[in-house]
Design a protein around this ligand. Sequence first.
Ligand code: PLP
Length: 376
Amino acid sequence: MVYFDNAATTKPCRESADAVLRGLEDFGNPSSLHGLGLKAEQHREHARETIARALSASPDEICFTSCATESSNTVIFGAAASVGKRKKRIVTTSVEHPSVAACCDKLGESGFEIVRVRPADDGRFHVGDIISAVDDNTCLVTCMLVNNETGSILPIDKAFSAIKKKFPQTLTHCDCVQGFMKLPISVKKLSADMISLSAHKIHGPKGIGALYIRRGVHIPSLIVGGGQEKGFRSGTESVPLIMGFGAACEKLSVGISERYEKVSRLRDRLVRLCSETDGIYVNSTDNSSPYIVSIAVEGLKSEPLLHFLEQREIYVSSGSACSKGKKSSVIKEFGVPDRLRDSVLRISFSEDNTENEIDELIGAVTDAMNSLARIR
Ligand code: PLP
């Protein structure tokens, strides 16, 4: 099998799966006062320390959630309910993942002014465009680091540091799901008050995410109850999944730049082979993360092409996994011409992929171009 859908989810690594199993065996509730509870608490705190270290943050700034979607919902609705009582503008981009975009849409319906910064004609975000969208009525700026459909890297560190200098009270949030453990991320350099993370994109289990909240930033909790996670996120913590998240993070903490180099070589080969093949276009720009490459195969619809590849056990996405075949507005924002928008495939790598697999993909796409019905 050739798995090129790592932006949708990754195969859990052995270390993560083993850690989940250990967490199921050490089944105590971390809130219990006896030894079993203490052991579960120690496991949870070890994972928290690992994730904090990966961001150069403090453990007390990390809160576990069920997924990145929950992290972003918590931050956006929380900011709106607190600072948003006085300040009614939210600045975001036109290419956010639905877990952020849908929150902004909802707040837009309830009276917030949502400013969606768009990429320039060259498909890149210009720092100045993000900065100039913020004013002193802005409660929150929420922008992703790496786009999940094209891999485009947004200039968040430069934008957020300028915004925090000019408007220190404006909260900054970054969805780092597709950048975490792939690009070096430090909370200080990013100037983010809050960051959303997800375990299943880094070879950890599904159903566990994290939220970084800078010390001193106070937003109301979305889930109330037993007061877990220092009262910020109630509900008994899923210690097995937390341990799986921590183990995946610990494993990937070593060799980020070596993996980046390896995946860059895969990306470069894919881009070269695409440019040598008539009718295949690369939508991702050269400022993108090498882990995600968006291509378009002129004249073929994404979905039949995806299933053609699947028959050869090559797994890819059409656009993003969440859009489930719907036409992506994000691809349009990045300037992909109308005639190619139904023909987009997202190829997303992990360090386990090989150059041979890329040759296999291009061979299979070429066969599909010769055998599948063309769009008229
Ligand atoms: N943000 C981005 C950029 C993503 O790619 C995804 C998942 O595809 C999410 C958020 C949502 O993550 P989760 O599945 O943990 O809710």
